[in-house]
Design a protein around this ligand. Sequence first.
Ligand code: KG4
Ligand code: ZN
Length: 331
Amino acid sequence: MLVLGIETSCDETSAALVDGTGILSNIITTQDVHQKYGGVVPEFASRAHMRQLLTVIGAALQEAQRALTDIEALAVTRGPGLAGSLLVGLSVCKGIALALKKPWIGINHIEGHILATAETSDTACHPYICLVASGGHTLLVHVKKPLQYKIVGRTIDDAAGEAFDKVAKILGLGYPGGPRVEQSAKGGNPSAISFPRALMESDSLDFSFSGLKTAVLYHVQNLNPEVAEQQTPHIAAGFQQAVVDVLIEKSLRALRRFNCRHLVLAGGVVRNTPLRTAFQQTCRRHDITLSMPAPELCTDNAAMIARAGRMRLLRGQVSSLSLDAMPNLSL
Ligand code: KG4
Ligand code: ZN
């Protein structure tokens, strides 16, 4: 089944073609317009999607060497996300589906992240625990059977990616924060400054990152401005280590609690190289099977939406034209 995926939930305009479990193309354009504001401006985001989406779909078809009429089904993000941005993707998807007389399905963006790796399409990898660490969410999800999700842990305040973005701002590293903190941390010692790890009592599967962010802020405010700049890589490395330690500890706990031997990582924060290495080492030590999306499939992209759509469409699910965007859709 050749599926066209469309993702416009935030500031990435993306279209992808997926055939079976293979990705034929996955075009992602990032909107530079938000950089000077230090965060995503919703109105600019929807306008940029309007300008770019048809071109991005054309590029996805061209790269996959397929024609629009080859498409057998469509999948689009219906939420959670920015209302105006979601509506652009949803309207274009409905228009193409109507013109081609093909089935289509609205997909939960978080489910897209969970199903970004090819392994998750396979019933053999169930049951598994998925750690979703993105800019908007930090969740531990128990996936007993395909497409059945039970949230067993979540952040009580900031998401992990949000903490990276806020700490980047505090350290004057700019936007987007995650990659910049990672870059700065390369020159630092992760043990030089010890930042707090929250909610570590043994029965908790929840996360809290706002205290960690505040600890970084107080540390920076108390520094002599002359040494502050030299300390930045150590602060970035200490912060990054604290996030990674907590994510690993809670994932192991969830695996134990729900008797799972398979861990799936998902979301933009999983692009972080020290995090990927630390999870690989830990899972090897504990004899846990680990699945991680390729870096470009961690951050927002349409291939993950097409993959999730394919799984649902193959089970006979379709959406109707009355389906609306849901900015606060939960998993
Ligand atoms: O999944 P995603 O693309 O969007 C949401 O659904 O939220 O995740 C974006 C988040 C941002 O907060 C960004 O700072 C973070 O992922 N991120 C990273 C890295 N690359 C992106 N965080 C840490 N290290 C990175 N290399
Ligand atoms: Zn996302």
